[in-house]
Design a protein around this ligand. Structure first.
Ligand code: MG
Length: 171
């Protein structure tokens, strides 16, 4: 049986990952309306990844015989006035999720829950990649976003992103 605090944090993380999926779906929605289908694709794949993350936390809890409580998912309430607002909100959100994962890790560490720490290792690495991706998006937009021709090419590049399932698999 998992420690109560660790279990509660893991349970909350299911909701946070689903909220992340919802937030990225809203970002995809913003770019669909802008007519930037490549950006919309990129954020749609982000949303799919976040749903996968939620399922990994769900499966981990089930595998450890830990009761799961599903709560309401908050409405994505960020207001995007321009493209860069979306990109910056993406980075800010990933930094928030990183802090959340680290909080669970810290709680697991305190009670010597090595199994949960090992499970979370994948997410610690994943968050590093997510933050890098978010920063790269901002850099590219700063470099190319103000010129329509370059924005078109950047949009084409982002249209090529394909979904792939997470490398972490829980039976
Ligand atoms: Mg995630």
């Amino acid at each position: 049986m998992l420690n109560k605090k660790v279990a509660d944090l893991l349970n909350d993380q299911i909701n946070k990952e689903l909220y992340s999926a919802y937030l990225y779906l809203d970002m995809s929605n913003y770019f669909e309306r802008r007519g930037l289908n490549g950006f919309a694709n990129w954020y749609m794949i982000q949303a799919q990844e976040e749903r996968d993350h939620a399922m990994l936390f769900y499966r981990y809890m089930q595998n450890n015989d830990c009761p799961v409580t599903l709560d309401a998912i908050a409405k994505p309430d960020k207001v995007f006035k321009k493209d860069m607002d979306v990109l910056k909100a993406g980075l800010e959100h990933e930094e928030y999720v990183t802090a959340s994962i680290h909080t669970i890790y810290d709680a697991a560490n305190k009670v010597k829950d090595f199994r949960t720490m090992q499970f979370l290792d994948w997410f610690v690495k994943e968050q590093g990649e997510e933050e890098t991706n978010a920063r790269d998006m901002i850099s590219k937009m700063e470099l190319f976003g103000s010129d329509p021709r370059s924005l078109y090419m950047l949009n084409q590049e982002l249209a090529a992103r394909a979904y792939s399932a997470p490398s972490l698999v829980l039976d």
